[in-house]
Design a binder for this molecule. Structure first.
Ligand SMILES: Cc1cn([C@H]2C[C@H](O)[C@@H](COP(=O)(O)OP(=O)(O)O[C@H]3O[C@H](C)C(=O)[C@H](O)[C@H]3O)O2)c(=O)[nH]c1=O
Length: 188
């Protein structure tokens, strides 16, 4: 118990979590999630699905979200280093359109909790990165949506070297702009 340091993010609902790592002559051990510790810190949610992806340097996955089945995500890096970004797209939020980025690495062992209602993505900074995360709802392919990673209205500082273009999935090359999302959301 008490194996984590919780720091609230700059946007309501975001948290940076640092597990306490116990080293010994064999290596290390750390709890990477504990329902009771997280609940005590105000993160009382049930995760129903774990994911893991491997990406090479320069890959950018995002910015993604599910519309009718929004997912809270507890994300971390097992191998490598990523710049992880959460964008507040909660209609009516006073921080709507604001983003927070965190450098998550195998060495800092930091985790980032991205609540429901955020778009999420990451850029791989190391040669490759193994990315693992827990989700509070299941994957609904038909419910997937995204916004442009480089939308000037979001002005996310992705730590991309000058002129470097990220490696994107085809679907992420044609994501809607932030203005399109705002228009869509204002229709409901
Ligand atoms: C997300 C997901 C994908 N898949 C399948 C669908 C495709 O056949 C393959 C790759 O899917 P996709 O290209 O959507 O994977 P990412 O681009 O990493 O998507 C994720 O990227 C950002 C970082 C996110 O935050 C979301 O979790 C998610 O959108 O895995 C599944 O079977 N289950 C799943 O939960």
């Amino acid at each position: 118990m008490g194996q984590f340091k919780f720091t609230k993010g700059s946007i309501e609902g975001l948290y940076v979590i640092e597990p306490i790592c116990i080293g010994d002559n064999r290596g290390y051990f750390m709890e990477t999630y504990n329902y009771d510790d997280f609940k005590k810190a105000g993160l009382d949610m049930v995760f129903v699905q774990d994911n893991q992806s491997l990406s090479k340097k320069g890959v950018l996955r995002g910015l993604h979200f599910q519309k009718k089945h929004p997912q809270g995500k507890l994300v971390r890096v097992i191998k490598g280093e990523v710049f992880d970004v959460a964008v507040d797209i909660r209609p009516g939020s006073k921080t709507y359109g604001r983003w927070q980025g965190e450098i998550l690495t195998e060495d800092n062992r930091k985790q980032f909790y991205v609540p429901k209602g955020f778009a999420h993505g990451f850029l791989v900074l190391s040669e490759e990165a193994e990315f693992a995360y827990k989700c509070t709802d299941f994957y609904y392919p038909e419910d997937q949506d995204g916004i442009q990673w480089n939308d000037p209205a979001l002005a996310i500082e992705w730590s991309l070297k000058d002129g470097m273009e990220p490696i994107l999935a085809d679907k992420d090359k044609i994501s809607q702009g932030f203005a399109d999302l705002k228009r869509q959301q204002s229709m409901y």
